[in-house]
Design a protein around this ligand. Sequence first.
Ligand code: ASP
Length: 334
Amino acid sequence: MATKRRRVLLLHTGGTLGMRPREKDHALAPDELDAALLEHVPELERLADVETRVLCNLDSTDLTPTHWMALARTIAESMERYDGFVVTHGTDTMPFTASALSYVLKNLPKPVILTGSQRPLADVRSDARANLVGAVDLALRDVTEVGIYFGGKLLRGNRTTKTSSFAFGAFDSPGFPPLAELGTGFRRLAPSLVPQGAFRLEGAFDPAVVALRLLPGQPAQPLELLADCGVRAVVLQAFGTGNIPVEDDRIARAIEALAGAGVVVAIVCPSLHGQVDLDAYAGGRRARAAGAVGAGDMTLEACATKLMYLIGSGASPEEIRQRLPVPLAGEITP
Ligand code: ASP
């Protein structure tokens, strides 16, 4: 009796993988591409029946929460019909999309693997082929979460950040071990999330969030102005473990003004390795007293998309402050 072929849905969103140099200036731009190019990686068919759908064909810098929701909806509607999902995506904003998907695809029962490449599929020395084949392989395994597969490593999507625009290993998840690696075989390194109930698509994103990096001696006024321009939350990359200046109180007062206007200020850690601890230094305590909330060991990507998700779900500023440190999908260490 013939065994049933397993099925993978490959959703293309764009990125370098499908790009070619433009004639006028040789800059890489999305090519007229199609499902065919992806289908021309014949090895994929040896792994599973791979159905390709081009959702959009954009540099990932042009993707927005609207695209995240379209992806999430397509995956949710197709959940029953496939064994796993692969999303091809530009590397520049891949961790944002992965984080966003992890929040709205609740109790994911099957793998959703994002991948892409540093060099186009059409290049002789491209990493696209290996990444694609690896992602499809992983989409058929027991990975019940949103992952990013790149350069041999499968990372938890909402713990990932882009660490290189040169190396074929473009990503890292500094605060969480890789979930698995593909070498001569498959090696699991950390357990996947375990679904806690029935799968469902739930939530939406409100993009009224901005991110700022604090600089020594910077003016406070640009921060204050955010109280009055429709922004609902600010991700502030402060110093060290979440510190702001204490000798000069202007930044603290700007945070107070924002908090008073109902704008949530979430502090993320500027180091790749580390986490926010608003008790450790006087500067952290001042930030908290001013109304800021610490984002623990969340990446900036995970924190910003979580704020968009919480705002999009109708939470009040106080509810957002309370819910930000509570894990939704393994994005923060409790
Ligand atoms: N600019 C490209 C993008 O994010 C980079 C890449 O795909 O690696 O779409």
